[in-house]
Write a protein that binds this ligand. Structure first.
Ligand SMILES: CC(C)(COP(=O)(O)OP(=O)(O)OC[C@H]1O[C@@H](n2cnc3c(N)ncnc32)[C@H](O)[C@@H]1OP(=O)(O)O)[C@@H](O)C(=O)NCCC(=O)NCCS
Length: 408
């Protein structure tokens, strides 16, 4: 039997194998192993029983994938339990033999058994995960803004102040502040940040030392925060880039105050902010809107709806009559069939599908990123009843762009 004809056996890795799994993942991204200090910060991300592995030739660990438990905010402000999928890698000498397929299949079943309604991930490459039912459900734009850009006189401000904080202070302050902002903003796509995520995120290796952490205080107390790194390109200070990591605030005015602060830091030639929400208002705040440009637009959240009925029941809907959607799901057959989007009581759920799509296509509309009419026009969805398309557009629409704002 050649290696490609053997069905890979997926197993749950035990605690003693997690570091080897992490090293395998790092190698798959062409990174070296982490040192003891970094590993001690990383372990909290690995929850017991959630790291999968596949052994390859000679019993060597050859492929791995893990997830940690989180929650996903859905349109309307509710949230569902979610698996945050990460640390996916296959040894270069074992690729294209079906190891990832075996890992993804086992992980989806495990996620369903845990009662998690969705799984999300960030993809290194866009051609990998669609076949497993994941679809792009939020996108971000990479912003560049000129340092010293002036703000319009009537751009909002709280009149508050920004103070820089240490890592220790941030460890105390930011998790609770971020959780409060997440529930207050109710932006679809936001996810719960776990203690393990914070541990890893706040304690960066020494190479990232030129990092800043700041909290904004408005009239009612702390109401926003920002994190950034400054990279030195070339000699002197002429080409320093300030790269924004986090920028979250309770109000447009607090957000504008944080932007004023970040664009006012000295000895910086470029301020960049990758993967900001599509509706980020920065250009609207500036005297010269061209001082802010979008260098690229890319996928952020890859969403897998694991329990379609529960996901549809959890989100709110726009004001239109419900539609019946036929969903195809090759990996989780419990999702296969006709589902109602909208108020269930207002339609005959046993009727024929008016629209049809793969579960990955449903994910693309679920958080409000893509309109069903776009998805029909581009062949992702099929319209059996053309009159249902406009209703679906109204039902799925959200008032703000979906965005997670959390990399994992
Ligand atoms: C991406 C990766 C995990 C795929 O692992 P793998 O074991 O080779 O994948 P499989 O053999 O199970 O392939 C499953 C399917 O995905 C396709 N596929 C896998 N990797 C792909 C890629 N990078 N680009 C396009 N298609 C890919 C395969 O062709 C196969 O297609 P099929 O369903 O039509 O047969 C592996 O190449 C890897 O470790 N890459 C570097 C690290 C990385 O990018 N990890 C992902 C982090 S989000």
């Amino acid at each position: 039997m050649t290696p490609s004809t053997i069905t890979p056996q997926v197993r749950v890795l035990d605690a003693g194998e997690l570091r080897a799994s992490h090293t395998l993942f790092g190698h798959s991204l062409h990174a070296g192993p982490v040192d003891d200090e970094r590993w001690s910060r990383t372990t909290a991300l690995y929850e017991p029983g959630r790291t999968l592995g596949v052994d390859g030739d000679g019993g060597v660990l050859a492929g791995t994938a893990m997830s940690f438990g989180s929650r996903l905010t859905v349109p309307g402000g509710g949230s569902v339990p979610m698996a945050a999928v990460t640390r996916v890698g296959v040894r270069a000498d074992h690729t294209r033999r079906g190891l990832l397929r075996a890992l993804m299949t086992a992980q989806l079943r495990d996620t369903a058994e845990r009662g998690e309604v969705a799984a999300t991930l960030r993809a290194t490459e866009a051609r990998i995960y669609g076949r497993f039912g994941y679809g792009v459900a939020s996108r971000g734009r990479d912003l560049t803004v000129q340092p010293g850009a002036t703000f319009r006189p009537d751009a909002p401000t709280t009149g508050g102040r920004v103070r820089m904080v240490t890592v220790d202070e941030a460890t105390t302050l930011l998790p609770a502040l971020a959780a409060g902002l997440r529930s207050r903003s109710a932006r679809p796509g936001a996810i719960e940040r776990t203690p393990g995520w914070w541990e890893l995120s706040l304690h960066r290796p020494a190479a990232d030392a030129a990092r800043g952490l700041a909290v904004h205080t408005g009239p009612d107390g702390d109401d926003g925060f920002a994190t950034w790194t400054v990279t030195h390109q070339g000699p002197g200070f002429a080409a320093n880039e300030l790269r924004v990591g986090d920028l979250h605030a309770a109000s447009p005015a607090a957000e504008a105050d944080l932007w004023r602060f970040l664009t006012g830091v000295d000895l910086v030639s470029t301020v960049s902010a990758p993967l900001r929400p599509l509706d980020d208002p920065l250009d609207l705040l500036l005297t010269d809107p061209r001082a802010c440009s979008t260098s690229s637009l890319s996928d952020e959240t890859w969403l897998r709806l694991v329990d379609v009925p529960a996901a549809l029941a959890a989100r709110s809907w726009g004001d239109a009559a419900p539609v019946r959607i036929g969903v195809r799901d090759a990996l989780l057959p419990a999702n296969d069939g006709v589902h109602v989007a909208g108020d269930k009581g207002a339609t005959d759920p046993a009727g024929p599908a008016e629209l049809e799509c793969d579960v990955s296509g449903l994910a693309m509309a679920y958080l409000g990123d893509r309109r069903p009419s776009e998805l029909v026009a581009s062949g992702w969805w099929t319209a059996h009843d053309p009159a249902a398309v406009a209703r679906a557009d109204t039902l799925f629409a959200t008032t703000v762009s979906p965005w997670s704002g959390t990399f994992f």
